[in-house]
Every structure is written in structure tokens, then in C-alpha cells.
Design a protein around this ligand. Sequence first.
Ligand SMILES: Cc1cc2nc3c(=O)[nH]c(=O)nc-3n(C[C@H](O)[C@H](O)[C@H](O)COP(=O)(O)OP(=O)(O)OC[C@H]3O[C@@H](n4cnc5c(N)ncnc54)[C@H](O)[C@@H]3O)c2cc1C
Length: 454
Amino acid sequence: MRTHAVAIVGSGPSGFYAAGALLDAEDPPVRVDMFDRLATPWGLVRAGVAPDHPKIKSVSTQYEKIAAQPGFRFFGHVCLGEDVTVDELLERYDAVIYAVGSQTERRLGIPGEDRLGSLASVDFVGWYNGHPDYADLEPDLGASRAVVIGAGNVALDVARMLLLTEDELRGTDTADHAVDVLTASGVREVVVCGRRGPAEAAFTTTELRELDDLPGLAVVVDPAQVPDAAGDADLPKATRRNVELFRKWADRGDGTGDRRMEFRFLRSPVAILGDGEDGPVTGVELGINRLETDDEGRVRPVDTGERETLECGVLLRAVGYRGVALPGVPFDEATGTIPHTEGRIEGREREYVVGWIKRGPTGIIGTNRKDANETVRGLLADLAAGTREDATIASAEEVEQWLSQRCPDLVDLDGWEAIDAHERAAGQDGGRPRRKVVDRTAFMALVREQARAQ
Ligand SMILES: Cc1cc2nc3c(=O)[nH]c(=O)nc-3n(C[C@H](O)[C@H](O)[C@H](O)COP(=O)(O)OP(=O)(O)OC[C@H]3O[C@@H](n4cnc5c(N)ncnc54)[C@H](O)[C@@H]3O)c2cc1C
């Protein structure tokens, strides 16, 4: 049986797990071309996961092993929808897998959301992680208090990043521009607001626990907001562990420390405040909720009508990521995902989906492996069924020729490895895993230097 060719659009965890599963297949054998709109692979492992979590980021070594396998190629600076179209890929490959993740944020839909200083976590996370799209964000962190809206791990990441000391930041791969702003920041207090209670929050216990490892950080919770121990037995294990932690912090009182992270539950933002229509953020008006359990057992926040105002100079919105439609690909606006059955895109042949754009922005990195395996199983079965056995697909050389004409800033695997080596070497002096390059011209200078040296 001939070697089949599969294009994977997106080089985050889901794209790599799909590539790994495809390259492991022997019947039929498959080669993989992986595309990304950025010069650099690994998606949110590079541009999302917090820089002070190097262990989690080191999952990238798995992706390096996949990339080193015969039959794998990487093409960076190729954006589906801008540089190439779906039809052009389908003309050249037996199958196409979309692994583009969730590229934007969910909105709060409240007045003042677009004021200067009201930042989407997507932008802020991209900024401190050196994502080229957000390098120019220039957040003003002059005020002493920041508010984070959201009760999940992304909210916790941005809250923690705002409070890390210079020492804690220096050993990380935080982008240089962000290290400069964060170390000069005036923020000493971050208030994290969740619309429901501690038992309903989506933080994982591991992420919460590590707050205790940050010297000089006082974690503050109002005891009145934490359910009492009598109800603990009814809670699932993970929830109980979280509630116990919040109770410990509540019992400890205000604590001492020059930095303070407060969790304020049962709060929904109703307006982001500032001078006039579009003056910068000066505070947030919060609605106070009570909890109600509906007929299906879901705990819902209900507005009591009471309000409180919290002054702040910056407000981070961390209420979830959201998928973006790809031109020419079906899209469900309600869920922000591509409709599919077990990874096969509905109403399409030879088009498949994996990762966050398949199931929405949930789960941990490892969840994408199971998810990608499901899709690849179906894809391989379809290939084995031989529907395209006689099709003429482009050879590896033809694809390369087409791309190099189409995309003047093309970055291949050698180009990325040159960027990677440069970043790691540049980080060595400061004891950092890498010093990130964030600018397209600088990426291309490294790629061209590597090509000349070959
Ligand atoms: C802030 C943050 C922190 C996180 N921290 C953790 C953590 O600590 N631990 C953990 O287990 N999980 C964490 N996660 C979750 C984890 O990052 C995701 O599960 C995972 O990245 C999803 O993988 P994906 O491949 O679907 O999408 P992504 O990782 O987003 O990858 C998508 C890729 O597609 C590319 N792309 C997008 N559009 C196009 C296009 N049109 N053409 C070409 N390429 C395109 C993007 O550039 C990107 O490289 C975190 C997520 C976020 C947002």
C-alpha cells in the first residue's frame, strides 16, 4: 500500500499527538506535514502554560521525539485561511486534520469591557509568553491592585504571574519585555473573583497548593464564603481538597506578606469602571450572588441585587478561551468548535479535527492524546478503506516547492531547530530554559542564517 500523506494544521499538543499516532501506523503507512501560523511549534505549551511551570512545559520533549521521526515535516509561518486554503490542502493530501485550538476569549458582555487596562487573559498570557501577536500589549501595571475575573487555572496563572518577584521570574522563559514590565510592576494585591463558591471553582488542587510555596505571598479568603466542614463528606474528593485548602487559608486570617492574593467568591462583574466612556480602568462593580441548586442538581449563581465596588488599575478577564472559525470549514458558533463525530467532520470527507477546536477548551495537555487517538483511529480506518487509493496527491517535493513560492517566510524543521538552539543558548547565561525570540524579522534572520550554513 502506498504511503499516505496527511496535513495537520496546528502544532500544539493535539496536533503532535495526532502526528505521533499517524507516524506509528504501519497499515497504511503515513507521512505527516504539520503547519502552523507561527514560526514556532508546540501551541499553548510554548505560548499558554505559565513560564514558572517549566516541568509542564517540558512535555515538549515528547513532541521533539515525534518531530524527529522519519515522515514528519514542519512548516511554520503558514496560516490556513491566509496563506493557504482548505481546498489547496485537500488537493495535495489524502486527509487534513485541524488542530488549531481556541484562539480567542469568551467575552463578559458588560459595560467598560474594552477600557484601557481591561485585558483578555488570551492577550496577557500571550504577552508574557512571547507570542508574537501580543508582544506589543504594553499593560500598565502601575496601580497596586489588579482584579482577575474567573475561577479556573488560567485565572490562577495570570494572578500568580502578576505577583511573582523578580527572582521568581528571572529563572523562567518569560519573554524579556514582560520580565521588564512585571519586575517594575506596582501590583502588590490581586483579587481573584469567581461567580460561584469555592466548591464550584475549577482550580485544580495542585495549582492552588503551590501558592503556599511562594514566600511572602499572603493568600486571603473570607471565612464566611467557605462552606463549613460538615458538608465535606458529600463533596467529590478533588472538590473537598480545594475546599479544605480555602478553609485553611480562611482560618489563617490575613497572613503576613508583602504580596497578597485574595479569593473573592460569589461575585460577578457587572461593569468595568473608569472616567467617561473610554477612560482607563479605575475599578470594577461586582454583583453579589447567592447559590441555588436547580432541578438537575447544578449549582447556579443568582444575583442578589447587592453591589460592591473594587478599585483596581488593571482587570484581567479569564472566563474561558473560544474557538475561531476557519474559512471553508464547518463551525458551531454556539460551542466555538468544529462539529464532528469521533473526530470526523460532519458533512465532509477527508477532514478531521482534534484538540480544543474539537471538544472546546477543557482538560489538561494529556487529554489531547486520547482525543487525538480517537480521531486518528477513524482516519486510518478511512484510509485503509481505500476510498482515495487511486488519487493523485502531491509528492513531498511538490508540496515544498509550492509552499516556498507561496510563503516567503517559510520555516521548516531545520529553521525551527535553529531558532530553538539560539533561544536555549541565549537563556544559558541567566540560568533560564530559553530567551524567547518574539519578532518575525528576528525569526527569519535565524532561519536564513541556518539555511546559508547548510
Ligand atoms: C493559559 C493556559 C495555561 C495552561 N496551562 C496548562 C497546564 O499548566 N497544564 C495542562 O495540562 N494544560 C494547560 N493548559 C491547557 C493546554 O494548553 C491545552 O490543553 C492544549 O494546548 C490544547 O492543545 P491544542 O493543540 O488543541 O491547541 P493549541 O495548543 O492552542 O495549539 C493550536 C496551534 O494551532 C495554530 N493555529 C491556529 N490557527 C491556525 C491557522 N489558521 N493556521 C495555522 N495554524 C494555526 C496555533 O498557532 C497553535 O500553535 C493551559 C491552557 C492555557 C490557555
